[in-house]
Design a protein around this ligand. Structure first.
Ligand code: 3PY
Ligand code: MG
Length: 257
């Protein structure tokens, strides 16, 4: 059986920008469409999107069928979620609000098989899609799947070095909205403000020092360009609902009626 698995780790190791879409709408049919947009992968937002696990399963299948990697932003840094997402065929989990070394270690424990972690066995869908024998899947899974800790609070910045040094962690992912909210003590959201960008530069430098991928939520062209300039390569480029809105606005403007 051919391996349907997308080698995200090898793709990210090229250092080329990896720009992916971000879905909030629970629909396998829409996921099939979004996976065919000119972007590099699809992330299902199970934290702020409307996607539950039973919605995510057919979406992950549709994304894999299109030959793109399926990513999941989990609801919380919960021990059950990374294994569940990987079992269903996702190749990357991004966990929100990882604020300490202990929380980063818990994330790795949930996401990786021994010796790196304590992921429980049962990846039926992923195992079949990989085309590997169970023992080979067990040996390969920690390489085939990636786990990112979201750095999106002042507390996480204070613990950045220890979080980045967590064995088995694959990347850091900045949530610039929450980061700017905590940096400003709730005064506002500023994804490209001076303080936000200065903090983010520290995150991308820490990622480089520790051999991790530096990721961030972008959302629009200006923001993506600013983040590429300060060393981020793994960037959420556009949200499904924003793409729909922008498409309709462009159509309306071009019609001028
Ligand atoms: C943030 O910017 O805080 C995020 O979590 C991106 O969705
Ligand atoms: Mg956030």
């Amino acid at each position: 059986m051919p391996a349907a698995h997308f080698d995200l780790r090898a793709r990210l190791a090229t250092g080329e920008p990896f720009l992916f879409s971000w879905m909030s709408i629970p629909s396998g049919a829409l996921a099939a469409q979004v996976a065919r947009l000119p972007l590099d992968g699809v992330c299902l937002d199970m934290q702020h999107g409307m996607i539950g696990f039973s919605d995510a399963v057919p979406m992950i299948a549709a994304i894999n069928a299109a030959g793109k990697p399926a990513l999941v932003r989990s609801l919380w840094n919960d021990a059950a979620i990374p294994g569940q997402a990987f079992d269903a065929g996702a190749v990357c989990v991004i966990a929100p609000m990882v604020n300490s070394r202990a929380q980063a270690e818990a994330l790795v424990r949930a996401a990786k098989y021994p010796p790196l972690g304590a992921r429980s066995w049962g990846g039926y869908t992923a195992l079949q899609a990989s085309g590997l024998a169970p023992g080979d899947y067990l040996r390969e899974a920690n390489r085939m799947t990636m786990v990112f800790a979201m750095v999106e609070t002042v507390e996480a910045l204070e613990n950045l070095e220890e979080i980045a040094a967590t064995p088995g962690l694959d990347g850091l992912f900045v949530g610039p909205s929450d980061l700017s909210i905590t940096l400003s003590k709730g005064a506002g959201i500023d994804k490209t403000g001076k303080a936000t960008l200065a903090a983010m530069e520290k995150v991308s430098a820490a990622a480089r020092r520790h051999g991790l991928v530096a990721g961030a939520f972008g959302g629009s062209a200006d923001v993506i360009k600013a983040y590429l300039k300060i060393g981020f390569t793994f960037i959420a480029a556009a949200v499904d609902v924003d793409l729909l809105q922008a498409g309709a606005e462009k159509l309306r403007q071009s019609l001028q009626v």
